[in-house]
Design a protein around this ligand. Sequence first.
Ligand code: NAD
Length: 249
Amino acid sequence: MLLEGKVAIVTGAASARGIGRATARTLADHGAQVVILDLDADTAHEAAQSLGSAHLGLGANVADEAAVADAVDAAMARFGRIDVLVNNAGITQPVKTLDIRRADYDRILDVNLRGTLICSQAVIPHMIAGGSGSIVCISSVSAQRGGGIFGGPHYSAAKAGVLGLAKAMAREFGPQQVRVNSIAPGLISTDITAGKLSDAQEAEIRSGIPLARLGRADDVANAVLFLASDLSSYLTGVTLDVNGGMLIH
Ligand code: NAD
């Protein structure tokens, strides 16, 4: 039990096959009380209940400052502390540079990057008041290699922005013992990717991955557990690659 007595907020954790849900389950298995924050309150509630009655599901758009503030207030009212934030909520769009419209850019940047800032801003004062905290930001291999398989250039830019934001927050809040780290997943089988690859495309991608398989949501969840817990007590500002060797640099 690495997270006994800790409270963890995981954004974007309602999706049943997603990285967020697997992370919420893993943190709960290690003793954390988990707050699932997702767009729809009922779905978030059901997802939290699937982990057990000790957990809380709340509806909020991570890009909406007032909604996130209300959700963090509700989490504080229920649990009285926040030790871990996993900035996982994200959306993607597979378009090319010349096809990116202003509304697409705003939407992708708002959820992936602004949402990471807003949620971090909402929890950091509580972490400082509690004496410590760990924030884990889910970026993407597409931030590092200039494009993934499903994400357009605006997605790569947003996820690269997440890496810079996380490092800057790590530097700023280290003295108050709030650690901020990132994970850059490779291609993970979830609903974000479901049904979008032919067998031939998948085989071709697999041939470029040294561990010879696509990632599983649990592969990322276990890395989040490491960064969320005291196992990583002297790590801040790092980016952990969880990509089966797809990008070795
Ligand atoms: P998913 O689509 O299964 O889950 C995303 C979740 O985020 C959903 O529950 C959705 O409702 C929620 N969400 C979307 N917009 C939101 C908003 N504005 N506010 C609150 N919640 C919102 O996706 P996933 O594959 O589990 O992705 C999780 C994270 O991992 C994302 O940030 C994604 O960009 C990143 N990622 C995924 C992969 C992959 O291959 N699956 C690779 C690299 C990075």
